[in-house]
Design a protein around this ligand. Structure first.
Ligand SMILES: *Cc1c(COP(=O)(O)O)cnc(C)c1O
Length: 399
């Protein structure tokens, strides 16, 4: 389908140029985001088109959200079909698309039960409430540099001073340990710990895979104390690393997993999945959400899994990831890290590099900080598009 999207095919202009949109945004939208001055109007496969019809190669996928590319025909069909039948029936009644999706997610991961929600932060809120319900008043241990979301519970699990301090007091009961110290982690888990919450590959802090010794220490500490091991797979799950879930490529299986971002292929849906032992921790009334797991987003997630949860597709993700990583290294870039199609490298003034890539090379990439560039292409990207992305990255670096 990447073939169908000619990068040169112009789209009709809307007349609303980036300047006008920029003014509307500045005057009426709360200034929580630093936005680059491009408005995308349409997408197809690995390509985005702005309001003047200019094509951009997308190596970011909306931060690992448009997992099977833009306007994937099967996803469009699933969404439009469901939209024409039923958008919302509420959680007061049975919901077939959600029930089938729950079975599928559980069967393809931890085997227990699923709570649906609308975002990554909400998936982690569910996990936090679940482990507290399981072990009341127990502490939750998190790693330095983790990112778990912006709502108050998830933010309290996100040990970054600049993100947390303005919003204190935070939710109590979280303890922070270093990212790479298995002994410190083991020492932090007493008999009263409720959980350890880990992103197996830290995304927002710049694509840092957690060392296997740390994951093994976490598993062992949980086994000894009965604490729950929770993996936040919101960025690294749904095929991103070349296995359906990142933990499948690791020596450790969690007790609870959270997913969101790529799960809906662009629609807001998240889930918290458990092992069978933890499937009935919540009781009726313990947790809920009006929109969560509605038929539209459940249909979308089913269509995404139809594409991604396929051995050959996942093997191709791993292969394309190798090619991208080798190509980035061949450009002379340093500190190249990640797994599958989840990759970062070091660069001086990364935000300026990202801006030049966008405005001069029409290449969509992202800076996670002042010296880190991150690539999260759609999993459907072709090898030719990867080569094109590397050429555009090279031109950006040379400019
Ligand atoms: C993006 C992200 C979140 C938060 O997800 P939202 O949908 O933005 O609330 C949580 N954890 C990880 C690892 C993420 O990458």
């Amino acid at each position: 389908m990447s073939e169908a999207a000619s990068p040169l095919a112009p789209a009709p202009a809307t007349g609303a140029g980036a300047g006008e949109i920029e003014a509307l945004d500045r005057d009426h939208v709360m200034p929580t985001y630093r936005r680059l001055p491009v408005a995308f109007e349409r997408g197809e496969g690995s390509w985005l088109f702005d309001s003047d019809g200019v094509a951009y190669l997308d190596l970011l996928a909306g931060i690992s959200v448009t997992q099977i590319g833009h306007a994937h025909p099967a996803l469009v069909e699933a969404i439009s079909g469901q939209a024409g039948r039923l958008l919302h029936g509420s959680n007061l009644f049975l919901n077939e698309p959600a029930a089938r999706l729950a079975r599928r997610l559980a069967e393809r991961s931890l085997g227990g039960k699923v709570f649906f929600c609308n975002s990554g932060a909400e998936a982690n809120e569910c996990a936090i409430k679940l482990v507290r319900r399981h072990r009341p008043r127990g502490e939750i241990v998190v790693l330095e540099h983790a990112f778990h979301g912006r709502t108050l519970g998830a933010l309290s699990a996100t040990p970054a001073g600049d993100k947390q301090e303005p919003f204190e007091p935070l939710v109590p009961g979280f303890r922070v340990v270093p990212r790479d110290d298995p002994e410190a982690l083991a020492d932090a888990i007493g008999d009263q710990a409720a959980a350890i919450l880990i992103e197996p590959i830290q995304g927002e802090s710049g694509i840092h895979p957690i060392a296997e010794e740390v994951l093994l220490a976490a598993r062992e500490a949980c086994d000894q104390t009965g604490a729950v091991l929770v993996f936040d797979e919101i960025q690294c799950g749904v095929g991103r690393t070349g296995t359906l879930w990142a933990y499948e490529g690791l020596p450790v299986r969690p007790d609870v997993m959270t997913t969101a971002k790529g799960l809906g292929g662009g629609l807001p849906v998240g889930a918290c999945v458990t092992t069978p032992e933890l499937g009935d921790v919540f009781r009726p009334g313990d947790h809920g959400s009006t929109f969560a797991g509605g038929p539209l987003v459940a249909a979308a997630a089913g269509a995404v899994l139809d594409v991604v949860d396929d051995e050959r597709f996942l093997a191709a993700v791993a292969e394309k990831g190798e090619r991208l990583r080798a190509g980035v290294r061949a450009l002379g870039l340093e500190d190249v890290r990640g797994r599958g199609l989840m990759l970062a490298f070091a660069a001086d003034d990364a935000p300026a590099l990202v801006r030049r890539a966008l405005l001069e090379q029409r290449l969509v990439i992202n800076a996670t900080g002042p010296v880190t560039v991150r690539l999260l292409p759609p999993l459907t990207i072709s090898l030719e598009e990867i080569e094109e992305g590397l050429r555009r990255l090279d031109s950006t670096l040379r400019a």
